[in-house]
Design a protein around this ligand. Structure first.
Ligand SMILES: Nc1ncnc2c1ncn2[C@@H]1O[C@H](COP(=O)(O)OP(=O)(O)O)[C@@H](O)[C@H]1O
Ligand SMILES: [Mg+2]
Length: 362
């Protein structure tokens, strides 16, 4: 193969002159207390007293009361119980839906939209006038982000940001589907390994505690801004016979049959492998782990549309037969090197396969 020299000898670009940047004497603010709004600071730039007093009044108007004492805005749970209940009742009256599952609808709390939301079980009729905060939570409540129970079938939840990527052909619009596809592409190309480790860890540690993720697509939320993938629905009733966290996440992200499938699978496998470095064997749910990536044609099989089945089987075996076996026998440092080699291979096979055969590159 011929390699072309792309450098030029034209030095014109290096001769562009820039103006000298003038140096200003910046005021010394080190004596000011940190994280406070100080009107004295404005004296540094010598504002006339009339403008200064106008500024003070405007700032007082726009900041919430207490802000000039450097107090952060109150959290819902810092409020008196009566007020918390009132806010929840208002949300239940307004019924602004954030999402709807088979059993429940989740509503927005307008005053705290990024912190909390309310889940109502539609099958249970609750009297909204008779709500009480009950903090007695079991392990399933905790896994499902419940902060408090409000009444039968009503719970106050920690708000989880993101949208499910499962494409609903009947209800999603054409542009809605485009958004989901773009997010799948983002996950494949831009999400860091930590995003995958976090969600694997969430599903695995809950499973070790006897709590199974209800692996439907609606139950996995993806936030492209903070690059987080969060499982939100762990059900005591859901008891899948085939437990495989990689297949669960892959399935819920709805990437099978898309061009992003191999990359997403590769990233999940590498995250699983990386997690093996620090995870104890007993926390890996090996007694219930189903080491298959199924493509039998059943509706729920995660890999029905995966194009290269030979490749899929090869990678599956590298992880669940070889690497897991190595975890049982190797020393820690030997195993860590083994994981790094595995990740390198998966990178080449699934994540970033070379377009051209190797001979042509060299
Ligand atoms: N903690 C949460 N934060 C934000 N949205 C949520 C939260 N929990 C649930 N949702 C939204 O509400 C929908 C239904 O909630 P879910 O608890 O899964 O109900 P169901 O048990 O009926 O499936 C979810 O698919 C999701 O869109
Ligand atoms: Mg659900």
């Amino acid at each position: 193969m011929k390699i072309y020299n792309t450098f030029t000898n034209n030095t014109r670009y290096n001769q562009t002159k820039t103006n000298v940047i003038p140096r200003y004497n910046t005021p010394d603010a080190t004596h000011l207390p940190k994280d406070t709004v100080s009107f004295k600071a404005s004296k540094i730039i010598n504002l006339p007293e009339s403008i200064l007093s106008k500024c003070k009044t405007t700032i007082k108007k726009i900041l919430p009361s207490g802000a000039n004492n450097n107090v952060r805005p109150k959290d819902l749970m810092d409020l008196p119980e009566k007020q918390i209940i009132e806010i929840c009742q208002n949300a239940l009256k307004k019924q602004i839906p954030l999402g709807r599952g088979q059993e429940a609808t989740v509503y927005k709390i307008e005053e705290f939209p990024r912190e909390y939301c309310i889940r109502e079980n539609r099958r249970i009729a609750t009297n909204y006038n008779n709500l009480k905060l009950n903090y007695k939570l079991d392990k399933f409540d905790k896994a499902n982000f419940v902060i408090a129970k409000l009444g039968e079938g009503l719970t106050l939840l920690k708000y989880i940001s993101g949208i499910p990527l499962k494409i609903m052909r009947n209800s999603d619009t054409v542009s809605g589907i485009k958004v989901k596809e773009s997010m799948q592409e983002l996950i494949a190309n831009n999400f860091p390994e930590e995003s995958f480790i976090k969600v694997l860890d969430q599903i695995e540690s809950n499973r070790a505690n006897g709590i199974v993720f209800d692996r439907k697509g609606e139950n996995l939320l993806v936030d492209p801004m903070i690059q987080e993938i969060t499982a939100i629905d762990f059900s005591p009733k859901f008891n899948d016979i085939e437990y495989n966290p990689i297949a669960y996440i892959y399935h819920a992200l709805d990437v099978d049959g898309t061009p992003f499938a191999p990359k997403v699978l590769g990233k999940l496998m590498n995250a699983y492998a990386e997690r093996l470095k620090t995870c104890d064997l007993k926390d890996l749910n090996l007694d219930v782990l189903d080491k298959n990536f199924y493509y039998r044609g059943f509706m729920d099989d995660a890999f029905n549309k995966f194009k290269d089945r030979e490749l899929l089987e090869k990678c599956r075996s590298m992880l669940f037969d070889d690497l897991l076996e190595a975890k049982k026998t190797m020393s820690e440092s030997e195993f860590n090197d083994r994981v790094d080699y595995f990740k390198f291979e998966i990178e080449n096979l699934l994540i970033d396969p070379l377009e051209m055969p190797r001979e042509e590159v060299y």
